[in-house]
Design a protein around this ligand. Structure first.
Ligand code: AMP
Length: 284
């Protein structure tokens, strides 16, 4: 049985004790509904540290609608089994409740300076989302005070936000990124995939297939034409999906770049009925 801590004070003193014995701690923040993408983060943390702390907390302040928060999949017992299936006794779980993480309520969350990273793509379409992310990650970091923390490239803009706050707040934590894990048909693994209808799930391969096509044609076709074609390919003549945005930006600035040397990355957000899917791939 893996050890589960619910209170911040408990996980804090547990981690402090282990650190005072010279143990290193890798931290993997999650919102649960774990899949093999999350497990990849945990395995990487285990490889690089003496101990992996996995937090499972559905953070209300990063959701844009009450409906989305309510429908977010929650399956703590199954999550526990998945983590146990890794067969390691070096994993501990932090599973706080909302009151524990937000003792003063959630009204005055986050006034972090996110340097404009929060005003493009996900930030532009999900107002306040990244303030909520920054707020909870900062709270979790101060509960665990890990040596390293692990985040997926699947949420590439989130990774940029975390790197930014870690730097500006001088937090002594190494931020480690882990490549996106995909289903066999290319769909990026996501807790939200479980909410897809059968029809949307069967066709969701369109997203990654189209992104790969853009990557392959990138050198020979105009960007605007490529994006227009990509929107059409994903949405389909059946309009099964609705593309919210497809953007090609410099992966360091998350802004468009005219410089051909820029490390460009393709980002997409797509609605499948009420389920919102995001993905990104490097174009270099
Ligand atoms: P979430 O529980 O969705 O908030 O995700 C927790 C962490 O897992 C974040 O750092 C995500 O970027 C990462 N993650 C989610 N899906 C994937 C995936 N398919 N591949 C790699 N990392 C992922």
């Amino acid at each position: 049985m893996l050890e589960v801590f619910q209170r911040k004070s408990e996980i804090f003193s547990y981690c402090s004790r282990r650190k005072s014995l010279g143990k290193t701690i890798g931290f993997v923040p999650t919102m649960g509904a774990l899949h093999t993408g999350h497990l990849q983060l945990v395995n990487t943390a285990l490889e690089q540290n003496d101990l992996a702390v996995v937090s499972i907390f559905v953070n209300p302040t990063q959701f844009n609608s009450a409906g989305d928060l309510l429908s977010y999949p929650r399956q703590f017992d199954q999550d526990l089994k998945m983590l146990e299936s890794l067969g390691s006794d070096k994993i501990v779980i932090f599973n706080p409740d909302v009151q524990g993480m937000y003792p003063d309520g959630m009204n005055n969350t986050g006034t972090y300076d996110l340097n404009g990273i929060d005003s493009v793509m996900e930030g532009a379409h999900r107002p306040g989302h990244f303030q909520g992310v920054a707020t909870i990650v900062h709270k979790l970091f101060s509960s665990v005070e890990p040596h390293k923390a692990y985040f997926g490239e699947k949420d590439f803009q989130q990774l940029a936000i975390i790197r930014h706050i870690t730097k500006t707040l001088n937090l002594p934590i190494d931020i480690i990124s882990v490549p996106t894990i995909r289903e066999d048909d290319g769909l990026a693994k996501s807790s939200r995939n479980a909410l897809l209808s059968e029809e949307h799930r069967a066709e969701a391969h369109r997203i990654y297939a189209t992104m790969t096509k853009v990557k392959n044609k990138f050198d020979v076709q105009k960007i605007d034409d490529l994006i227009e074609e990509a929107i059409h390919d994903i949405q389909g003549s059946d309009n099964l999906f609705k593309v919210e945005y497809i953007e090609i930006v410099d992966e360091n600035t998350l802004r468009p770049s005219a410089n051909p040397q820029s490390p460009l990355r393709l980002f997409a957000a797509v609605w499948a009925n009420k389920v919102r899917l995001i993905d990104n791939i490097s174009l270099i």
